[in-house]
Design a protein. Structure first.
Length: 59
């Protein structure tokens, strides 16, 4: 998932550099922040699943 997020951040950065409109640059910045937050939540959910699977209470 991180590889996809890295690609997305690079694409958004390139689009932002070439964009003259402040509003569009703001949207691209917010999109990048959203992608980072989603990546963080996915990692947290995966870690939670791993923790629940290996919980000694379930053995």
């Amino acid at each position: 998932m991180s590889e996809t997020n890295d690609w997305l951040k690079n694409q958004l950065g390139q689009l932002k550099e070439g964009e003259p409109s402040f509003i569009n640059r703001s949207i691209l910045t917010a999109t990048k922040a959203l992608a980072d937050e989603q990546d963080k939540r996915i990692r947290q959910a995966q870690d939670e699943i791993d923790g629940r699977i290996w919980s000694p209470d379930k053995w």
